[in-house]
Structure formats: structure tokens, C-alpha cells
Design a protein around this ligand. Structure first.
Ligand code: ADP
Ligand code: SF4
Length: 687
């Protein structure tokens, strides 16, 4: 029998007193569920354990009310009352032979304490990290000793909840231990400040006390950001980052190393296309400690994983996003079905969910966050109910997902697409600068479609109602998408911009297609305020086109704040010399000039404008849907017709994928079941 080339990834690894069955390690990551939605959380982590991850971790777990992250939905282990909810997770993880890990956290001045109303505390007195005019107070000696006692008690409670690995956390700028280590945040003159030894004192005490409390049966992990990516202004892996590892080398049972802050740790593919991008920073760690090391960097390629283990860079393959995009990644590698891996596209929609305090979503994996509420699993879907056939019109992300899932259920599916390539909007968006990884949404699905004998694909087939009549299929899913409007109606202005007929107006697609014809500066008008206008600007700049960026928003691409990209987006445009006009809407075009209206005062500024790219709003393509519904109404046909994706309501690619998946799940389902999934929520106990 052929030896599995990835066998090294399935070797057990000792982590203190516990052993993980393989090298796949889901590092702590936020999920918008936390203590608020314990059942949803347990089910989500349980699916990852089922998918083969050897270790499955929680997100940050607040250890005390003085570190309250509300409104964010993180874990809580304030006292014993939190144990039963956490136990749901450890049981779900243990059921599949995985280890459960918990990241104990006190956030220092990274918590606003909006719920507990206790003043935040930190090594120094300083502003809290969130935009709230409030400061943390300086921790005194009693605070430090209280904090150590809370941490110890939380570790004992974690053990009681069934965790196998307990973290001491010093990463992301989000934990008090790290704040003590960083000189920028610690100007103390007592034994906890000054020299590195002193700044590390608290962390060393935490590691020792955690071991003393639970080290007999739990592994002690230390999550440490070796570099802040601030150059000489911050922690650097060649300097103090290394020194910390040298001093604490043998203290923990496991080193979980990364870079800080969160936007650096979870970089998007747009700004960091490289897989394993953190390796240059963290690979030194193994040469210093004898303890196992886990690291991350959007690792999805099994060959690279083996290389990282064999070259001695890592012992454990860490993943947050790759485990979200594909909870079954380890099992697929084990079964040598690597072509079936759903690869993370690095879009950070998952991160945005946490920032909006809602259960985690994923562009690639629409079942993420629906494990408990709807009982979804990315690899299992209920079988077909009857032998009916289905027609899916449109092969964008919604149509592709719907087709794949209907076929997985066993239905015969016809997929019709008017273009000669499958992919819809993703083909355009992934052709833009920085977004090439987004093509995986199409590639992964088209690959599966080609393997299935129950799907027929018709390209270059623009369907009209009469074609559908000829096909004789009763169940029709219309994923016909949307197009960008060009009249200026957008988020901040519900009237068309007048005078547009006197200049050249492009949709985003037209601007990119016709860039060679663009003469002189082009105005990109972003009244969608999402990501696309910023990406188009970046793309055109790379083609040497002079761009002026106008938006009613107060920053460029404000949505991208939720994906941790906004600063990079704006910095990129500024450094490319783009003229940025925020807080201005365009009211009319006159004499080859755009009249910009200040969103606060209404005062008018004129901007020369011969060519404009409108990124304002999209119009759903409902033509076919409308005619089928009309035929039904007139009694000519009796189709079961459903409109999905951007044709129903334009949104993110993640929304389109989700709606395609939902439609396939709900096909021929009981109405009561559909309603049940929609109304499921976790009710507070009134006992
Ligand atoms: P979504 O994001 O909802 O999946 P997209 O805009 O990405 O939507 O994709 C819609 C796809 O539908 C496009 O590829 C488009 O060419 C195709 N399409 C639209 N109308 C028809 C039609 N009448 N027949 C076949 N394909 C169509
Ligand atoms: Fe990856 Fe995007 Fe899914 Fe997050 S949402 S796991 S970045 S594909």
C-alpha cells in the first residue's frame, strides 16, 4: 500500500501531560458566539474536531469582570457558573478524540468594561483601546496579585470544564501579560517594569502558577507575539522577541507564536498573498526551545505543511481561517483527498462577523456558524427527497454553490450560464489587483461540478422563459446576479446625478476593461462604501492611471475596517499619490466638472471630471424571474421558481454563496423545518 505522503502530519505530539493525535491545531480564534451563544459555539468547535483537528481551541476567555469585552461575544470564565457552558464545548470536542484548549485572557486596557462598569486596568494609566473616552487605571501591587489569583482560579475552572490545554496569552496587544512585556505600554519603575526580566516577571509568574494549579493534567500553552511589525518602534523578533523566547524557553509545554496586532496576524490575501507569511518571524523559536511550537499563516497546502514540519520550522500546523474555510481539512489530507480542500481565500469576512458581534460567517464555507441553529455540516447534507430535477440559471457564487449542494443531495441538476466561463462576479473581482485568491470560490466549486455525473453544464446559454419551457424542468433557481448602476444613486443620495450624459461614465467592469482608453485623471466615486471602489482604484493606479477618489464617507472604504484592512487601503492610496476627497457627495456634472457637496455643510467644490467610475449600488437582474412569475400568474406554467444570490438582493460574495446553499438545503424541505432553522436562538435561562 502507498504510504500517505502526508503521514508526518498525523504523528502524535506530546504537549506536557497530554498528547494530540496529530499535528493539526486550531489555534484560538474569535467567532462572535462566545459566552452569549454556548450551544452554537460548542457545535461549531465540535464540527472541527469531527473534521480531524487534533486540538480545537476557544476564542479569548475573559477571566474576570474587570476584563469585560462587551459588546464583543467572547468566552467567559469569570467563575464556576461559566463551567457548564464551556463544558458543552469540551464534550463536543472530546467526542471526536480531539483535545480542547482555552485561551485565558485579561485584556488590560483592551477592555472597555461596558458591561461590568469597572474601571479597566493596565500596567500604565492610559486610554482604552476602543474609541471611547475612557482610560484604564494603573495596576497597583494588589491588582497584580489579584490578577494572578484570578488567572489561577480560571485555570482550575478550565480544568474542571474539561480543557486539556490552558493558555497564558501574550498576543495581539490584547492581553495584560503582553502589555507588561511591551515597553511602550509599561513605564513602571517597580519590579514589574524597566528591564526585560522585570517586564516578563508577571508572565513568568502566570506560567508557573498555571503549571502549579493544573500542570499535572493539562498542557500549558503560551501564545506570544514575537514581533509587532513596527520595526524599531515595537517588539522585533530579532531583538526582544527572541530574548523573551530565550528566557521563557522551557516554561510552557507549548509555544504558540505569531505576530501582532490582529490585523498583522490575520492579514488578508489582498495585502499579504503569501501562504506561511509568518514563518520568517517565528521559525527561530524551535531552535531555542525543546517544547513543541505551533504557528499560523493561512496554511492550506499539505505539501508546505510537511515541509514546515520536516524543516524544523513548526511541530504543529496552526490554523484559524483555514479551519473555518474547511473544518474537514485534516481528514481530507488523511484520506488523500486534497483536491477537495476548500481553501481560505483570505477575505476576512469571518473576522468581520466577530467585529459585528454575530456568529461567524465564511465566504468559502456557508455552513460556518450554522452548525447548531440549522444543523449544517460542510461535508454532509440531507439526501434528496424525490427524483425531481432542478435547473440553476447563472454560475456566479450563488448558482455554483446551489448546484453543488443540490447535486450532493442526489438531484439531477442542469446549470446554465450565458458566458463562456463559470464564475459570475468572482471572475471580475478576482481579476483585480490583490484579489486573485478569491478565484478559489469558483475553482473549488467548478472542480467538484466536473466530478459529478448528475450535473450538466451549459455555457454560452442565455436562457429566456421559452427555453425553460422547452427544458421541461419544474424547479428553477435563478442566480442571475446584478449589475452596477451608473446613474449615481447610492448609499447617501437617492436621486440620480445630473449631467452624467456629458462625460464618460463607467461601471467598475467597464473601467477595468477600457483602462487603455482612459485619458487624464479619472474620478472614482464610491458611494457604496464597501471594498470594491478601493480595489478598483488600486488596480487602475497600477496601470498608471491618475485617480481621484471621491466618497461621502469620512474614510476610504469604511467597510474594510471590519476586515482589518482599512488602514492599509487608505495608506496604499495615499502613498500612490491618489487625491482623496472624503465627506463629499457628487451632486451634478457641469462643464466637465463634478460638483462636490460637503456632507456636513453642503458647500460646493468643483473638481475637473471627464471620466467617472460609479461604485454606488447594484441593480438585481430579475428579468427572467419576473417573466417566469408572470407566466405562473397567468396560468401558462406552474414552476417552482426561486431567485437567489445577488439577483434576490446584492451583497457580499459570502452572502451569495450562503443564499445558494440555503436554497439547496431548503429544496423540498418541510416548511416547519425551514421555519425552525430560522427561529432557533439561544434563550437566556429564566431559572
Ligand atoms: P451571484 O453573486 O448571485 O452568484 P453573479 O452576478 O456572480 O451572481 O452571477 C450571475 C451569473 O448569471 C452571471 O455569470 C451571468 O452571466 C449569469 N446569467 C444572468 N442571466 C442569465 C440567463 N438568463 N441565463 C444564463 N445565465 C445568466
Ligand atoms: Fe478564509 Fe474568508 Fe472564510 Fe475567513 S471568511 S476563513 S478569510 S475564506
Amino acid at each position: 500500500m502507498n504510504k500517505n505522503p502526508y503521514a508526518r502530519l498525523f504523528e502524535p505530539v506530546q504537549i506536557g501531560p497530554v498528547v494530540t493525535k496529530n499535528r493539526f491545531y486550531q489555534v484560538p480564534h474569535c467567532c462572535g458566539m462566545g459566552h452569549v451563544r454556548p450551544r452554537a459555539h460548542a457545535a461549531m468547535r465540535g464540527v472541527k474536531a469531527k473534521g480531524g483537528w487534533g486540538v480545537v481551541s476557544t476564542e479569548e476567555a475573559e477571566i474576570h469582570p474587570s476584563s469585560d469585552l462587551a459588546p464583543y461575544a467572547e468566552q467567559r470564565i469569570w467563575d464556576k457558573k461559566d463551567i457548564p457552558a464551556l463544558q458543552l464545548m469540551t464534550e463536543a470536542v472530546h467526542e471526536h478524540g480531539a483535545l480542547a484548549a482555552i485561551e485565558l485572557t485579561h485584556s488590560g486596557h483592551n477592555s472597555t468594561n461596558l458591561f461590568s462598569r469597572i474601571p479597566a486596568m493596565s500596567p500604565n494609566a492610559q486610554a482604552v483601546n476602543f474609541l471611547y473616552p475612557k482610560q484604564a487605571r494603573r495596576m497597583n501591587k494588589k491588582d497584580i496579585s489579584d490578577f494572578r489569583a484570578w488567572h489561577r482560579q480560571a485555570a482550575l475552572n478550565a480544568k474542571a470544564a474539561g480543557f486539556d490545554i490552558v493558555y497564558v496569552y501574550a498576543g495581539h496587544g490584547m492581553s495584560v501579560a503582553q502589555q507588561f512585556i511591551l515597553p511602550d505600554m509599561n513605564n513602571r519603575s517597580d519590579e514589574y517594569g524597566g528591564s526585560l526580566e522585570n517586564r516578563l516577571r508577571l508572565t513568568r509568574e502566570l506560567l508557573e502558577e498555571t503549571r502549579d494549579a493544573i500542570g499535572d493534567s493539562c498542557g500549558i500553552a503560551f501564545r506570544f507575539a514575537v514581533d509587532e511589525l513596527k520595526g524599531k518602534d515595537g517588539m522585533q523578533f530579532q531583538e526582544e522577541g527572541r530574548a523573551v523566547v530565550e528566557i521563557l524557553a522551557e516554561y510552557p509545554d507549548l509555544w504558540d507564536v505569531n505576530v501582532s496586532d490582529w490585523s498583522n496576524d490575520s492579514q488578508t490575501s489582498r495585502f499579504q498573498p503569501e501562504e506561511a507569511y509568518q514563518m520568517p518571524y517565528v521559525e527561530f523559536v524551535k531552535s531555542i526551545t525543546t517544547k513543541p511550537v505551533v504557528g499560523v499563516g493561512r496554511l492550506t497546502s499539505p505539501d508546505l505543511m510537511v515541509k514546515l514540519v520536516e524543516s524544523g520550522a513548526l511541530d504543529l500546523i496552526g490554523a484559524a481561517r483555514p479551519s473555518i474555510a474547511d473544518p474537514y481539512l485534516p481528514n481530507k489530507i488523511k484520506e488523500q483527498k486534497t483536491d477537495q480542500i476548500k481553501e481560505c481565500i483570505g477575505c476576512n469576512i469571518c473576522v468581520s462577523s466577530d467585529n459585528f458581534t454575530v456568529p461567524i460567517r465564511c465566504t468559502q464555507n456557508p455552513t460556518m456558524g450554522e452548525e447548531w441553529r440549522r444543523g449544517w455540516d460542510p461535508e454532509y447534507i440531507k439526501p434528496k427527497i424525490t427524483d425531481q430535477r432542478a435547473l440553476v440559471v447563472g454560475s456566479g457564487p450563488s448558482g455554483l454553490e446551489c448546484t453543488v449542494q443540490l447535486a450532493r443531495r442526489g438531484y439531477q441538476v442542469i446549470l446554465a450560464e450565458s458566458e463562456n466561463e463559470l464564475g459570475g462576479r468572482v471572475l471580475f473581482e478576482s481579476s483585480l489587483r490583490g484579489l486573485s485568491a478569491w478565484k478559489r470560490v469558483v475553482d473549488n466549486r467548478v472542480h467538484e461540478i466536473l466530478q459529478k455525473s448528475n450535473i450538466e453544464v451549459y455555457k454560452e446559454s442565455r436562457l429566456k422563459a421559452e427555453h425553460i419551457d422547452e427544458l421541461g424542468i419544474n424547479n428553477i433557481f435563478l442566480a442571475t446576479g446584478s449589475s452596477w448602476r451608473k446613474d449615481g444613486i447610492g448609499r447617501s443620495r437617492r436621486k440620480p446625478i445630473s449631467g452624467l450624459e456629458t462625460i464618460t461614465v463607467y461601471s467598475p467592469e467597464e473601467a477595468v476593461q477600457n483602462y487603455k482608453d482612459i485619458k487624464g485623471p479619472i474620478v472614482i466615486y464610491d458611494d457604496e462604501q464597501g471594498y470594491l471602489a478601493g480595489v478598483v482604484a488600486d488596480h487602475l493606479i497600477a496601470k498608471n492611471i491618475e485617480v481621484v477618489f471621491v466618497t461621502p464617507a469620512s474614510v476610504v472604504s469604511p467597510w474594510t475596517d471590519s476586515t482589518l484592512e482599512q488602514k492599509r487601503v487608505q495608506a496604499g492610496l495615499i502613498s500612490s499619490g491618489v487625491k482623496i476627497m472624503c465627506n463629499h457627495s457628487i451632486s451634478k456634472i457641469e462643464n466637465s466638472a463634478a460638483q462636490l457637496e460637503c456632507t456636513y455643510t453642503g458647500s460646493i467644490t468643483e473638481l475637473p471630471c471627464e471620466t467617472i467610475v460609479m461604485v454606488t449600488e447594484r441593480i438585481s437582474d430579475t428579468t427572467l424571474y419576473d417573466s417566469l412569475v408572470q407566466n405562473n400568474l397567468e396560468g401558462k406554467t406552474q414552476y417552482n421558481v426561486q431567485i437567489i444570490g445577488d439577483a434576490e438582493a446584492p451583497g457580499l460574495i459570502a452572502d451569495a454563496v450562503y443564499l445558494g446553499h440555503l436554497a439547496a438545503q431548503n429544496f423540498e424541505a418541510d416548511e416547519a423545518d425551514i421555519q425552525k432553522g430560522m427561529f432557533m436562538r439561544e434563550m437566556p435561562s429564566l431559572k
